[in-house]
Each structure stands twice: as structure tokens, then as C-alpha cells.
Design a protein around this ligand. Sequence first.
Ligand code: GDP
Length: 192
Amino acid sequence: YYRRSWSSDSSDSVISSESGNTYYRVVLIGEHGVGKSTLASIFAGVPDTLDSDLLGGRFYLHSLLLIYSTTLTIILYGRQGQDNMIQDHCMQVGDAYLIVYSITDRASFEKASELRIQLRRARQTEDIPIILVGNKSDLVRCREVSISEGRACAVVFDCKFIETSAAVQHNVKELFEGIVRQVRLRRDSKEK
Ligand code: GDP
């Protein structure tokens, strides 16, 4: 099974195979409108129209892109109308989290801190890979959150930081490769 949607020549880094893969659940959380679906659909090659109607249509599941022979199931949290039950569920199921804000929307940046706190509370004892993602980096003129603020926030969050643009597909591949790498690093160190 093979699906690829990078528009650039990234074929080397996207490897797929039929079976025997490890499944990682990467959960994207963030305010409505920050670009989670867009990021996920670039990555998974799943158009928005194929969003599953799991849990009454409020829960989005993008999956099945194999990267480093790893299948990522991507779950989006932060659609309009999602209730607490789904939120709690999302906070529990992820093997890794992308906390996404828009660099053009300070409120979404503040929301990211809130989500980090909720995540810490939900998974107190676990060392879960997290990347703080400042999306919409193409919208330079509308920027409300500077790169240094993003970086500083990631230091407080104790996580990695990246700015992406889903619109021009800048750093999106790096983002997903980065999260896979982190999940693997943690798994490997646990096995030792
Ligand atoms: P979600 O609610 O977090 O899933 O956000 P969506 O993925 O639905 O994106 C919300 C809007 O922002 C859509 O109109 C997207 O086309 C737009 N968008 C998403 N990512 C980017 C980006 O990197 N740059 C720009 N300019 N627009 C973006």
C-alpha cells in the first residue's frame, strides 16, 4: 500500500511496505483554523473531503503514509464542535503530539500553552514526544508571533519547535520526519 503526496522530489525519504510496520499515532492539536487538516492532508495525501465520520464526524483521522516503514495514524483535534470527551480521548491516545498554532493568530499561540498544560496533566508520568508547530509561515505580513517567541515557548514546553507553511509546503516533510524520529528515539532508549 503506497501513497505519497509530496510535490517535491522527496521519494528517498518516504519508504513504504505492505505489512509488519509499527503504528504510531500522531495527534495534531490546536485551535480551529491553524492548519491541522491542511498539514495532515499534505502528509497523508488524503484530501479533506475524505475525512472520516468517526465519532459523529467531529473526529478526523488521516492515516497510512509510511515513512521510514512506519505508519502514522494522524488524528486531528481542535475542530469546531469537538467536545470534552473527544478532547480527553485525544490526550490519551497519542504516541506523539504536534501542538499547532498559527503565526498570524496570537490567540492560537496562547491556546497552545493551554493545550500543553492539559497534555501534561493527562499524561503526567510519560515522556511523550511533542513538537510545537508555528504554521502559516508564508503569511509574513500578518505575523503576530515571532520566531523567537515560538522558540522560547518550546523551551518552556520542553519540546522541539518548527515553523511550517502548509500552503507552500515548507518544512512539512521535516515536521513529520522529526516526529517519527523522536518517537523512535524514545522507543529505542526504553528498550535498552
Ligand atoms: P484546522 O482547523 O486547524 O484543521 O485548519 P485548516 O487546515 O482547515 O486550515 C484553515 C485555513 O487556513 C484553510 O483555509 C487553509 O487553507 C489555511 N491554511 C492552512 N495552512 C496554511 C498555511 O500554511 N498558510 C496559509 N496561508 N494558509 C493556510
